[in-house]
Design a protein around this ligand. Structure first.
Ligand SMILES: [Zn+2]
Length: 234
């Protein structure tokens, strides 16, 4: 059962693992750094988000407090932005950057930005596919070499197709996240939430967050390459 432990795979796996660790350390470091730096307008994350939403005609989008650290997200189904404690009530550079990024998602949603619509549409089926894929893959591999070989290969293929959908999800997510951060910086400038000399810090905070999405995509791609290699050998 040591399929996939030959060729370039161990190196790819190691590289993607190191990249994931690097990205997660980088975002934690950026968050802790910019959570200690107060922003110059003294606005909290919730106030900054409210200002951006209202300026973009999104007065009906609610802002709620949610537990956790960096658990901030925009929920398109309920049109609610949920901000964590360290963002909602904090008047730091990290808080307004993250709040502006989530506002960017709300603006994308309001504009019916194509990639966001696609991501929202596939999110739930892909969530199921990511869980079920391994069941098909493991049974597929176990059946390989038995009298049910053909059936085994067929199961493996379904698993791989499901896993490919997960890679597509990450591929769609990355530009959506980059776009939300781009919108965040524009809005922070236009709405007077950010001073010019704060741009660099906000940019670094948002870039670090985007890196985690890139790492997730890389990890999923490496897994898919491994599965295709297993299939090739079978
Ligand atoms: Zn985002």
């Amino acid at each position: 059962m040591f399929y996939g432990f030959y060729g370039p795979y161990p190196l790819l796996l190691l590289a993607s693992l190191l990249f994931s660790m690097y990205a997660s350390a980088k975002v934690k470091r950026a968050y802790s750094k910019y959570s200690r730096i107060g922003n110059k307008t003294g606005m909290t994350g919730a106030q900054a988000a409210r200002k951006i939403l209202d300026a973009n005609g999104l007065t009906d989008v609610r802002i709620e407090l949610t537990p956790g650290v960096m658990s901030d997200h925009y929920d398109p189904s309920k049109r609610v932005m949920r901000l964590s404690e360290g963002v909602y009530n904090a008047s730091t550079l990290a808080a307004i950057s993250i709040a502006a990024h989530e506002s960017g998602h709300a603006i994308q949603h309001g504009e019916k930005y194509g990639l966001l619509s696609l991501r929202n549409t596939i999110a739930i089926p892909v969530g199921w596919a990511s869980k079920l894929a391994w069941v098909f893959i493991i049974i597929g591999i176990l059946l390989t070499g038995t009298s049910m070989y053909m059936e085994g290969n067929w199961l493996l293929d379904i698993g791989i197709i499901m896993f490919a959908a997960v890679v597509v999800f990450h591929l769609v997510t990355l530009p959506v996240e980059l776009d939300a951060s781009k919108r965040a910086l524009v809005q922070m400038r236009e709405q007077g939430i950010m001073f010019k000399d704060e741009t660099e810090g906000a940019r670094k905070m948002l870039k670090a967050a985007a890196m985690t999405y890139l790492a997730a995509l890389a990890a999923a791609l490496v897994q898919l390459i491994r599965l295709l290699a297993i299939r090739g050998r079978n």
